[in-house]
Design a protein around this ligand. Structure first.
Ligand SMILES: [Fe+2]
Length: 306
């Protein structure tokens, strides 16, 4: 059993951000970015997109900018319990045993840490919600599209997320980035080889390119212009427009991510040249400023032990 992945991940549900600027960041995600606040207590805010997830973002007050958690969906409580047994067989310690999740939306799940100290949650039976905007007219994020993580060892990170979590490699960008999927979306996680572990950025999916552009327009009316983009990436073929939130963390609007047919897909290696990272030729290279925000500050992880 040791060789099998611990579970079959269905979707990327949510991320948690930790920041000294939690209240300003939560305001931004609610009143500018387009999410709705659904719950909050002292220093923690939960925010929802227009899709079916109970929440897609949690913002929590902390000493420094860091990743709080990445949450994936599994199908059943039994899969959560089996994942716990398989983690034990791999000598990976649980941070939270299988059980009811004490957070907005509830559910049943478990938590453990990846090799760089990031908290990973698997959950099921989270509270159902009605989609917020059946008309699809409002230009707000529907769900999380992907999270990009800076790693000090891209091969080790890729090995853990493929062998332990069962993710598949969709593409490489030279030996600098690797794009991983857990469903038909080209990637829900990507790792970027870096000097230190940190969060690179969080991307939110807009329902169409039109929603994507109108979202950029709304930010412009708030006096916020893209730090990089709009454009369309080669790997994943998704549109991109990168911004920074009031905490200095990078957030992205994206749309039209490539859909992978599991049995037919062949992993490729993309050269890092302008015509492949910016297919439309509209964005140009990323500035030193946005690259510095994407590098962030070193995140030693395991914040729950401190
Ligand atoms: Fe992205």
């Amino acid at each position: 059993m040791t060789g099998e992945p611990i579970a079959r991940l269905r979707t990327l549900r949510s991320v948690a951000l930790r920041t000294p600027e939690a209240s300003r960041a939560a305001e931004f995600y609610q009143h500018v970015w387009g999410l709705s606040q659904i719950d909050g207590d002292d220093g923690t805010t939960w925010l929802r997109g227009s899709g079916q997830e109970h929440h897609i973002l949690e913002v929590r007050q902390a000493e420094q900018n860091a990743l709080g958690k990445i949450a994936f969906a599994v199908a059943t409580p039994r899969e959560v319990d089996e994942a716990a047994a398989r983690l034990a067989a791999r000598n990976i310690a649980l941070v939270a045993e299988p059980g009811p999740l004490d957070q907005a939306g509830g559910g049943y799940g478990l938590r453990f840490a990846d090799p760089e100290g990031r908290l990973v949650e698997l959950s099921t039976q989270v509270e159902a919600v009605a989609p917020r905007d059946p008309s699809g007219i409002e230009a707000v994020p529907r769900k999380l599209a992907h999270v990009v993580l800076n790693t000090v060892d891209i091969d080790a990170a890729c090995a853990f997320y493929t062998t332990v979590l069962g993710m598949r490699v969709s593409d490489w960008s030279e030996h600098q980035m690797v794009f991983l999927r857990c469903n038909s979306d080209h990637h829900v996680i990507a790792f970027n080889q870096a000097s230190w572990t940190s969060l690179n950025h969080v991307a939110y999916e807009m329902p169409s390119v039109d929603h994507f552009m109108r979202g950029i327009g709304r930010l412009r009316h708030h006096g916020i212009t893209p730090k990089w983009g709009p454009g369309r990436h080669g790997p994943g073929n998704n549109t991109f427009s990168y911004f920074t939130d009031p905490a200095g963390l990078v957030c992205e609007y994206t749309s039209e991510v490539e859909q992978v047919e599991e049995d037919a897909w062949l992993c490729r290696v993309w050269r890092r040249v302008p015509e492949l990272s910016d297919l439309w030729g509209t964005a140009g290279p990323p500035s030193a400023d946005v690259r510095s925000h994407m590098a962030g500050v070193p995140d030693t992880g395991r914040w729950w032990e401190k």
